[in-house]
Design a protein around this ligand. Sequence first.
Ligand code: HBI
Length: 361
Amino acid sequence: MKLLFVSTSVGPLGTGLGGGVELTLYNIAQQMIQRGHEVQIVAPAASTWDNLPLVQIPGNLQIIAQSQERTDPVMMPENSVLANMWDYARQVQADYDLIVNFAYDWLPFYLTPFFTRPIAHLVSMGSLNNALDKIIKQVAEHFPLTIGFHTQVQAATFALDAYSCLSNGIDLSLYRFCDRPKQQLAWLGRISPEKGLADAVAVAQITQIPLKIMGKIQDELYWQQICEKYPNDLFEYLGFLPTNEMQQVLRECRALLMTPHWVEAFGNVVIESLACGVPVISYRRGGPAEIIQDGKTGFLVEPDSISELVNATLRIDEIDRQTCRSSAEAQFSLEALGSRFEKWFKEILGNKHLRKLNMRY
Ligand code: HBI
């Protein structure tokens, strides 16, 4: 297959601004190339990936969807990099079999019927905005199968009839299994209210088990409040570390605490933890509730119940760490991810009805 990947619009690739979807795009591109397909990536200028075929497009970045209100109108900056990337895609589309959209933005969905090639849309977050929900629903109705999510619970926030579920995956060779943890817990992620770090620190205080915190501080005020409220010898903030350094700390922890206050679309940190053999204790909410096998690879507890997080932490030795690693190998390897995406792309290309729809222009 000849594939054109059109990137997220909130940051050049390699800057981390695109969050989890940067990693996802990178992994799928590598997998498709390894499987003999041709891949070209269209991304905002100043992208730093040097080992994948990139076309760099200038223009102004989109505002991140998480910062907008549900009822906000669609916003496009002047000289929009999103619009410029999709104008490029329009010009070259005849050279490709399939276009893949990685942006969580209104425009690519609206443009779908104007293209002569099918577009596969990977939706990387739960429902956040009414205008976007509506256009996604329209594309799902006219071009069934072309809307892809990571989890069923994420898909449910859009209430569509037809869609595809792709889960996610990571390069397991980057994570080393450890079966002799230290007396410490881990918390990973962007430090901002919806990720619920304060709950994990509360667990550390009650159990008196030190907490290792890694990730980008996105909400300074929220972080300050935690530092003022809890004794600082209880937790250690290690910063936003590259994968290798992060997993060196994570792998030696008794458990990863997941405290999402929103519907996490997937939860890459959950499969990173399992890959190290570290069980995950999480609220039964969002993607983690679909990834963790309660009692086997961790525990799922009543959302927002700190006492249940504590009880699960005290029972964590019931979980076999090798089982955690094996579950990552079975479901979340790059090969498993690549197979799911290759199957999705072939389903779309193989669908005569879809092809006829796009070819009518
Ligand atoms: N916001 N407007 C917009 N467009 C995106 O592509 C986007 C975003 N916010 C976050 C984001 N992408 C990714 O970091 C997550 O989907 C993973």
